[in-house]
Design a protein around this ligand. Structure first.
Ligand code: SF4
Length: 308
């Protein structure tokens, strides 16, 4: 079996930074360190940090007084920041800088008197965080149909922002529908919202031209991993989301001569290796890495951890 690895795949700079924040906090302050929400959506990552002494909680009320607390890469609402401040919790904020950038864009539009529209998935922690960061009501839209259903007058001055794990391609129809619906509309240049989402999606499109089956390594609750699988399916290739090698179903590969493998932004390379090992147990495998976009983006750590 020929296996092609997409390039780039797996960890993005925001995920690397978030994990490093937890690891350095554990080294500097000693365990336990409390993390609000899964630091990134990957069970393997969460379990390895748990083994080093991180404790994952969903609500700040579960964090004991004075305990070092990390906010996940997805960002949090202002109410969460306020609760942490009121409780005097020492907080390390692992929100991806690109998510913070979206928060700031939203705040700027509100300051300019615009009604804000967020393109994103209801219930996703990043969306909840963004809606809770801007000091005004936000209209969430997930589809062109939902744009049509908005009850705002057509001449309302509006602005849109988008969830970072949606790419230019994901949002273009919704943005076109918004532009058709409103006469006074502004939005950021979405090409620079998240380089990692766009690059991983472009790479899986390239992969889909070459292979019979696509395996996307990632967690079931990872928005960007699910999207990679959908892109493979939309391109007409049987595509499966797979957490690790133990989840490989030999049936998926029975008619495949070529298999493409990629990984969501929160999936570590060790899980890609694990899936390839599982394929080797089915039959001989020849692995090549496709040419793709080089990524050399790094985000700075919070000042209190940078020097440690
Ligand atoms: S996918 Fe993009 S926005 Fe999300 S953590 Fe990675 S770099 Fe940041």
């Amino acid at each position: 079996m020929e296996v092609y690895l997409a390039q780039p795949r797996g960890f993005c700079a925001g995920v690397v930074r978030a994990i490093e924040i937890v690891e350095r906090a554990l080294e500097k302050y000693g365990p336990p360190v409390y993390v609000r929400h899964e630091i990134v959506h990957n069970k393997y990552v969460v379990e390895s940090l748990k083994n080093k002494g991180a404790i994952f909680v969903e609500e700040l009320s579960e964090v004991p007084p004075k305990a070092v607390t990390v906010f996940s890469a997805h960002g949090v609402a202002r109410s969460v920041e306020e609760e942490a401040a009121a409780r005097d919790l020492p907080v390390l904020n692992a929100t991806c800088p690109l998510v913070t950038k979206v928060h700031n864009q939203g705040k700027r539009y509100i300051t300019k008197g615009r009604t804000l529209i967020l393109i994103g998935h209801a219930g996703h922690p990043e969306v909840e965080g963004t809606m809770g960061q801007v000091p005004a009501p936000v209209h969430l839209v997930q589809s062109v149909q939902e744009v049509k259903a908005l009850t705002l007058p057509a001449d309302t001055p509006v602005a849109y922002i988008t969830q970072t794990t949606l790419s230019v391609d994901d949002t273009k129809d919704i943005i076109a529908a918004l532009q058709a619906r409103f006469t006074d509309i502004q939005g950021p240049d979405i090409r620079d919202i998240c380089y990692a989402t766009q690059n991983r999606q472009s790479a899986v499109r390239d992969l889909s031209k070459l292979v019979d089956v696509i395996l996307v390594v990632g967690a079931a609750n990872s928005s960007n991993s699910n999207r990679l699988r959908e892109i493979g399916t939309e391109a007409g290739v049987a595509s499966y989301l797979i957490a690790d090698g133990s989840a490989l179903n030999p049936e998926w590969l029975k008619d495949a001569r070529t298999v493409g493998v990629t990984a969501g932004a929160s999936a570590p390379e060790v899980l890609v290796d694990d899936v390839i090992e599982a394929m080797r147990r089915i039959g001989p495998v020849k692995v090549s890495v496709l040419p793709g976009r080089e990524e050399n983006i790094e985000f700075r750590l919070p000042a209190e951890l940078a020097a440690s």
